[in-house]
Design a protein around this ligand. Structure first.
Ligand SMILES: Nc1nc2c(ncn2[C@@H]2O[C@H](COP(=O)(O)OP(=O)(O)OP(=O)(O)O)[C@@H](O)[C@H]2O)c(=O)[nH]1
Ligand SMILES: [Mg+2]
Length: 399
C-alpha cells in the first residue's frame, strides 16, 4: 500500500473511533423516558480560610474566655428583705457606722489622734467592750500599715470581723421533729416583744401551711391572754388559755399535750416578762422547762422520754433599743436558763442595733429572728450576711 492510502485509512479509523466515543457518552447523559430533569444541588460554598493577622509575631491562640458567672438574680422576696433590713438599720447606720465613716473621709493621715478617735467611737458604739476591743485591734493593724488611712481596708476588716461574730454555727431549725409537734418557748424581760414575736411567728408558720397552737403561758395578766387571743384570731391559729392566775407550768404542759393530741405541727408558748434579777421568777422558768419536757415525753418509752430535756427551742427575746443593757440581760439569763436562740426586736427604732454584735460575741448563741417593726410581717429570719451588708452600707458623703 502506498503511503497515501495508509494515511486515508488512518484518518477514517480515527473519525470512526471518535464517532463511537461521542455516541456512548451522549447515551449515558440521556434521561430515561418520562423522567423529570433534576436540579443540580448547588455546591457548598468554599469555606473561607481563617484570616490570620498579617503583622506581628506568630498569631497567639485565642484565649478561652470563661463565660461570666452570672450572679443569681435576686428574687423579689430577697430584694424586699434587703430593703427592709436597710430601712430597719438606718438609725444604727446613722450612729457609730456614720461616725466611723466621717473619721476616714478624705483618707486622713494616720495619727495617734485618729486612732484615739476610732477607739472612742467603737467603745461607745453599744457593741460591747469585748467586741469593741477586738475591732479596735483590727483597725489599728490596718492603720499601722500605712501613713494614710484607707477607708476601704478599714471597712473590709470591720465587715469581716462582724460577719465572723454574727455567723454563729447553728443547725437549721427543725419544724418537723419526731415526735412532734415542734415546741418553742419564748422568754425575756417585760415588754421586749415576746408576745408580738410569737404572733408574727404564728403567721409565718401558717403561711407555710403548718397548723399552729399558741399557748398563753403568761397567766399574770388577763390582758396578756387577750393580746395572744387577738393574734390567734388574726393569723388563724389555735389558742390554749389557762385559768387566770393558774400556774404557768401547768398551762404550758396542758397546751403542749393538747397540741400533740389534736395534731398541731407547731406549739408556741408565751411566758410572762420577768426580770433576770428576780430569783424566784427565774426559777419558775426552770419549772416551765421541765413541764414542757414532761408533756413532750408523754406516752413515749422511758428512755425516749428521758432524752427530752425541754422544748425544741427556747428563744430569749432582747430589745435592741436598750443597747448594752440587752447584753447584760442576756448574760444573766444565760446563767439560769439555757436558750437555743435569740430574737432581737425593735431594730427599726434604734441607733443601738450594733448590740447584736456584742451579744453574739459574748454568748455564741445564734440570732434566729430580728424584729424590724410592729407589723405582722416585720419579723425576719436572721441572715448574718444581709445584716452586715445593711449595717455597713455605704454612707452618704463618706470617703
Ligand atoms: N417598733 C417595733 N416595735 C415592736 C417590735 N416588736 C414588738 N414591738 C412592740 O413592743 C411592745 C411590747 O411588745 P409585747 O409583745 O407586748 O412585749 P412582751 O415581751 O410580750 O411584753 P410583756 O408580756 O409585758 O412582758 C408592743 O407595743 C409591740 O408592738 C419591733 O420589732 N419593732
Ligand atoms: Mg407578752
Amino acid at each position: 500500500m502506498s503511503p497515501a492510502v495508509i494515511a486515508i485509512v488512518a484518518i477514517l479509523g480515527a473519525v470512526l473511533i471518535g464517532a463511537v466515543i461521542y455516541a456512548v457518552t451522549r447515551r449515558g447523559q440521556e434521561l430515561p423516558p418520562g423522567a423529570e430533569p433534576r436540579m443540580l444541588e448547588p455546591e457548598a460554598p468554599e469555606r473561607p480560610e481563617p484570616v490570620t493577622p498579617v503583622e506581628g509575631p506568630t498569631p497567639a491562640k485565642p484565649k478561652a474566655v470563661p463565660a461570666p458567672v452570672a450572679k443569681p438574680a435576686e428574687s423579689p422576696a430577697q430584694r424586699e428583705q434587703r430593703e427592709r433590713y436597710l430601712k430597719g438599720l438606718a438609725q444604727t447606720r446613722g450612729g457609730f457606722v456614720a461616725r466611723l465613716s466621717r473619721l476616714f473621709r478624705g483618707r486622713p493621715q494616720v495619727s495617734e489622734d485618729l486612732k484615739d478617735e476610732v477607739e472612742t467611737v467603737l467603745f461607745t458604739a453599744d457593741i460591747g467592750v469585748r467586741t469593741a476591743q477586738k475591732m479596735i485591734e483590727l483597725v489599728s493593724d490596718v492603720l499601722d500599715k500605712s501613713t494614710v488611712a484607707d477607708p476601704d481596708a478599714v471597712w473590709s476588716v470591720i465587715r469581716k470581723a462582724s460577719l465572723e461574730i454574727l455567723d454563729v454555727p447553728a443547725p437549721p431549725l427543725d419544724y418537723d421533729p419526731t415526735p412532734g409537734p415542734y415546741v418553742l418557748l419564748m422568754i425575756g424581760v417585760n415588754g421586749v416583744g415576746k408576745t408580738t414575736t410569737l404572733g408574727k411567728l404564728a403567721a409565718m408558720h401558717k403561711a407555710a401551711g403548718r397548723k399552729v397552737l399558741l399557748v398563753a403561758g403568761d397567766t399574770f395578766r388577763a390582758a396578756a391572754c387577750e393580746q395572744l387571743e387577738v393574734w390567734a384570731q388574726r393569723v388563724g391559729a389555735g389558742i390554749h388559755l389557762g385559768k387566770e392566775n393558774a400556774d404557768p407550768s401547768s398551762v404550758i404542759h396542758d397546751g403542749i399535750a393538747r397540741g400533740r393530741d389534736e395534731g398541731y405541727d407547731i406549739v408556741l408558748c408565751d411566758t410572762a416578762g420577768r426580770l433576770h434579777t428576780k430569783k424566784e421568777l427565774m426559777a419558775e422558768l426552770g419549772k416551765i422547762r421541765r413541764a414542757c419536757a414532761k408533756a413532750m415525753g408523754r406516752g413515749l418509752a422511758d428512755a425516749e422520754a428521758e432524752a427530752i430535756a425541754g422544748p425544741h427551742d427556747t428563744f430569749l427575746v432582747l430589745d435592741a433599743t436598750i443597747g448594752q443593757n440587752a447584753l447584760a440581760q442576756a448574760e444573766l439569763f444565760k446563767e439560769t436558763m439555757d436558750f437555743t436562740g435569740l430574737v432581737l426586736t425593735k431594730l427599726d427604732g434604734t441607733a443601738k442595733g450594733g448590740v447584736i454584735l456584742g451579744v453574739c460575741d459574748s454568748l455564741r448563741v445564734p440570732v434566729r429572728f430580728v424584729g424590724i417593726g410592729e407589723r405582722v410581717d416585720d419579723l425576719r429570719e436572721f441572715d448574718p450576711e444581709m445584716f452586715v451588708d445593711a449595717l455597713f452600707a455605704p454612707q452618704e458623703g463618706a470617703a
